[in-house]
Design a protein around this ligand. Structure first.
Ligand SMILES: Nc1ncnc2c1ncn2[C@@H]1O[C@H](COP(=O)(O)OP(=O)(O)OP(=O)(O)O)[C@@H](O)[C@H]1O
Length: 968
């Protein structure tokens, strides 16, 4: 690592007090002091609430103020989504040559639309750059705001993602130009960032800038600024979530030109490698990092102490995301593409896991994601530029890139300002490091084998010893843990045993519960059976009611039939009246016609007679002179008369013919009507017969059903009552058995107690006798002793003897008192024991007596309840039987009603037959009586045929328009 020769160089100190605005001072304070209080940090959080990274700064403030302002705004961005930009280039030469169609359009600054066949998909991003966008506008939108964040002490990352040849390198690196002190027009983000950074740093008093440039190829990290041949290793930074690239060559730069020179050098190396390895650039990822250290000072709060804050910008040019199969890659190239796609796939998985808030983020699955770990879901401000081709030939990759970028939009980072380090501490750390390295260097120069100086070696030994002790401590802790584990295991075993007992108890309880449930289920089933029986009863009665309703309906129908027959009869009477009237009318007409004809004939004869008289008179007057003329006139008159008679005869003949035709037609119609009526009557008869059969069938079914139901009910009731009686008997017997057993137990106990008492009573005289015998023994002993004493005292002085005797007597009295007290004591204790025993017996009597009485009462109550239940059941049974009897009566009544109805039907049938016969007779009579004008009869018959008959037929048979309809 190069030693920064410009680190903390003593530039002329900017006049910090000149900074305007208390918030700027406050922001610097909070941003520069690691010891800043939580309250101070909260102040900045509050400030950020109204801030925005896109806020523009106008006015005449110095660059420093501008930086500080941005840093104030950006410092407290606590949770921000990754910003995603899209850049779509114009068609390249190849695509133009192929005449590839354009499928991408940019409808607005935040939207991009892709036409895939007939469909168009639109995606929204933070900003979309079309083909017309230049490098500068992209830098200003994407990277420039990040520089302000870096100066505020944040880490920022911009990475370009997209298909090969869509302009990732163009966007990130672009043209670096030959003269590195000036920016070419098509310079990319890296050179522009370096230039802009140095512009901004002009107003920072002390700072240092270092850059690194690495390449990730086939999961190997290569240093593009250092020794390329030595692959670099990644380590997790102790105590942090970020990673360290061990041995990376970081070059301190003083000017932008130096930065550009290094960028160009790295890019050149990458290009050379690319040429060597056949288009490597599209198969490797490159990371250009700029790290800025800035000295800050708080003259107000920290006594002028100096601190160093750090900001870092990572500019990543990812490898191409093209499809392997489509690129036609094989062998080495396929492996490379696989690696590229592997790391990009892992990047995709990391993005998806972050978006889904997954507990595990697979950062460690590729070096790329390890390097970008802090930039994805970490403390870094991150932007992604997705690059696209507009050509139709790249449609699939374009859609894939857009989906990828769209998902990444949802990742949320928590940008945090880097830890601010006290300058002195930092310098001393650096000095220690330099010293250590120098020592190692010297040791390496002077010694063979181990390239360490003694202090380092001792340090190493100390560390090793410390580690050994640590290992021992850990082993001891493991031993302790194992003991605890054993104890825990024993406890678990004990608990398991207890658990087994409890489970057995639980199983027993379960079995009891199941038995109880079984009993309950049996009771429920019995109740259900009873309910079923009740339901069957209800159904029977409902069926009976329905049958009664049906019978009523039959009766109603019968009534309708009767009414129809009555109406028919009436109609026949009417018809007969019509026929009679017609006959009379016909008679009158014929009589009138005969009278008219005879009148005409009379008039004719009169006219003839007048003519003959006139002829005779004429003859007389002419005296037979003109007999010939007269004869001629006579012949003429005779012919004329004959003609007139012929005409008259023809009229009469025509009249008679018409009357005959009319009568024949009327008669035909009448016969038709008669046939129809006969058919109707036949139908009615058939229907009556069917209904009668149905009624008989239903009646027999009903009787059978009622009988079966009754039989079943009787059977069920018999079974139930038998079961109930059995159950009650069993319960009573069980109860009685239990009570008996209990009573026997109580009796036994009481007997035992009484026996013990009696034994004590019996033993009492013995005990007293024993006491008495002991007293007697004592007295005997005393007497013997006194005899012995008397004998001994014979030789003694009487006075002494008497004294001794008196003393002895006193002693004896005292001893006797003690003995008596002892006897009293024993006797008192015996009495007490006796009293206690009697009390105990009394207690037992009270207790068990009440229990027994309770049990007996319970038994009586149970018996009473059972009797009540039996009574209720008997009553219910009787009620049910009464109900059955009622049903039987009802069914008998219905039978009677049905028989009556059948009888009425028979009567009706005979009445109909009679009416039929009557009609036939009348018809015959009518046939005989028919003659004269028959037109009224025909009209009446036609009216009947068209109106009355169909209505009547419909009423009677339920037939309309030829469609059969059930009357039931
Ligand atoms: N927006 C653009 N304007 C002008 N030229 C562009 C643009 N984008 C890309 N190009 C040109 O297209 C070619 C390929 O671009 P570039 O090498 O940047 O693609 P890439 O995505 O980095 O490809 P790879 O993944 O293979 O590295 C270059 O010649 C570049 O100059």
């Amino acid at each position: 690592m190069e030693i920064p020769n410009i680190l903390f160089q003593k530039k002329q100190r900017a006049d910090l007090a000149a900074r305007s605005g208390t918030e700027i001072a406050a922001s610097e304070h909070a941003a520069t002091h690691s010891t800043a209080t939580a309250a101070q940090r909260r102040i900045f959080t509050g400030l950020s609430a109204t801030s925005s990274t896109t806020a523009t700064f106008t006015g005449t403030r110095s660059e420093l103020e501008k930086i500080t302002f941005f840093s104030t705004l950006l410092f407290t961005v606590m949770l921000s989504n990754i910003k995603v930009y899209v850049r779509c280039r114009a068609r390249n030469e190849r695509e133009v040559a192929e005449n590839a169609g354009v499928v991408v359009s940019v409808p607005s600054r935040e939207q991009i639309a892709v036409c895939s066949g007939a469909h168009q998909r639109t995606y929204a991003f933070d900003r979309v750059f079309g083909a017309e966008s230049d490098q500068e506008s992209i830098f200003e939108t994407v990277a420039e705001p990040m520089l302000a964040q870096i100066l505020a002490g944040y880490n920022c990352t911009v990475f370009a993602y997209g298909q090969t040849g869509t302009g990732k390198t163009h966007t990130m690196v672009g043209n670096l130009g030959a003269d590195h002190s000036r920016l070419p027009t098509d310079a990319g983000i890296i050179p522009r960032a370096v230039h802009k950074l140095f512009e901004l740093l002009r107003s920072v008093p002390d700072y240092s800038v270092k850059v690194s440039f690495i390449e990730l190829y086939n999961e190997n990290i290569r240093d593009l600024l250092g020794d390329e041949s030595r692959p670099l290793k990644i380590f997790d930074e102790a105590g942090k979530k970020s990673v360290l690239v061990h041995g990376i060559h970081e070059v301190y730069i003083r000017t932008a030109a130096e930065g550009l020179r290094l960028a160009a050098q790295g890019s050149e190396r990458r290009k050379v490698a690319s040429t060597r390895c056949n288009d490597l650039s599209s198969r490797s990822h490159a990371v250009f990092s700029i790290t800025v250290h800035m000295r800050t000072q708080d003259s107000h709060k920290m006594g002028g102490e100096e601190f160093v804050k750090v900001g870092k910008l990572n500019l990543v040019d990812l490898g191409g995301s093209e499809n392997i199969s489509r690129s036609g890659a094989t062998n080495q190239r396929a492996k490379e593409a696989g690696m590229i796609n592997q790391s990009l796939l892992t990047l995709g998985r990391v993005i998806n896991a972050l978006v889904a808030n997954s507990p595990h983020i697979p950062y460690r699955e590729s070096k790329l994601t390890r390097l970008l770990q802090d930039s994805l879901g970490g403390r870094t401000c991150t932007s992604i530029i997705a690059t696209l081709s507009p050509a139709k030939t790249s449609l699939e990759e374009t859609l894939s890139t857009l989906e990828y970028a769209h998902t990444a939009k949802s990742i949320r980072n928590r940008p945090q300002v880097n830890e601010v380090v006290n300058k002195k501490t930092l310098i001393s750390e650096y000095m220690d490091e330099i010293e250590r390295l120098t020592r190692d260097l010297n040791a390496a120069r002077t010694q063979n084998g181990v390239y360490l100086d003694e202090a380092s070696y001792e340090q190493l030994c100390r560390e090793s010893e410390s580690r050994r002790i640590r290992v021992e401590e850990l082993e001891a802790r493991v031993g302790g843990q194992q003991d605890r584990f054993e104890r825990a295991r024993e406890r678990i075993d004990a608990l398991e045993t207890q658990l087994e007992h409890e489970q057995a108890a639980k199983l027993e309880l379960e079995a009891q519960r199941r038995r109880a449930e079984g009993r309950l289920a049996q009771a429920v089933a019995e109740t259900r059976q009873l309910q079923d029986t009740l339901r069957a009863y209800r159904k029977t009665s409902a069926d009976a009611t329905a049958l009664a309703d049906q019978l009523h309906a039959h009766q109603g129908h019968r009534g309708r039939l009767e009414r129809a027959l009555d109406a028919n009869q009436l109609r026949w009477q009417e018809t007969r009246g019509h026929v009679t009237a017609f006959a009379q009318q016909l008679d009158g007409s014929l009589a009138g016609a005969a009278a008219a004809t005879s009148g005409e004939l009379g008039a004719l004869w009169d006219a003839i007679r007048g003519d003959l008289a006139a002829v005779a008179a004429e003859m007389a007057r002419l005296n037979s002179s003109s007999v010939g003329q007269l004869r001629a006139r006579c012949v003429e008159s005779r012919d004329e008369f004959g003609t007139r008679v012929g005409v008259l005869d023809g009229g009469v003949q025509r009249l008679l013919g018409a009357v005959e035709r009319d009568v024949a037609a009327a008669f035909g119609l009448f016969l038709e009507r008669l046939a129809a009526d006969r058919e109707l009557v036949t139908c009615l008869r058939e229907e009556l017969r069917q209904r009668d059969d149905q009624i008989v069938r239903e009646q027999s079914e009903l009787r059978k059903y009622v009988e079966e139901t009754l039989a079943q009910r009787r059977l069920v009731l018999d079974q139930e009552s038998a079961e109930l009686v059995r159950l009650v008997r069993q319960t009573v017997e069980q109860q009685a058995g239990r009570q008996k057993a209990e009573l026997a137990g109580v009796e036994e106990h009481v007997t035992g107690v009484l026996e013990a008492l009696e034994q004590m009573h019996r033993d009492r005289p013995d005990v007293l006798a024993q006491v008495d015998s002991r007293l007697a023994d004592d007295e005997t002993c005393v007497a013997a002793q006194s005899g012995t004493l008397r004998q001994r005292l014979d030789g003694w002085h009487v006075a002494e003897w008497e004294k001794t005797l008196a003393r002895f007597r006193d002693e004896f009295v005292a001893w006797d008192d003690v003995r008596l007290e002892q006897v009293d004591d024993v006797s008192r204790k015996l009495c007490e024991n006796l009293g206690r025993l009697e009390a105990c017996v009394g207690e037992l009597e009270t207790k068990f007596g009440s229990t027994v009485a309770l049990r007996v009462r319970g038994l009586h109550e149970l018996q009473a309840r059972c009797s009540g239940v039996l009574r209720d059941l008997n009553a219910e049974l009787e009620q049910s039987l009464a109900g059955c009897a009622g049903l039987e009566d009802e069914s008998k009544m219905q039978e009677t009603q049905i028989s009556e109805a059948i009888a009425r039907c028979g009567q009706l049938s005979s009445a109909v037959a009679a009416v039929n016969d009557d009609l036939a007779t009348r018809l015959e009579k009518l046939e005989e009586a028919l003659g004269g004008d028959k037109t009224p009869l025909k009209r009446s018959w036609n009216d009947d045929k068209e109106n009355v008959l169909p209505a009547r037929k419909e009423r009677v048979l339920g037939v309309k328009d030829g469609n059969a309809r059930s009357v039931m």
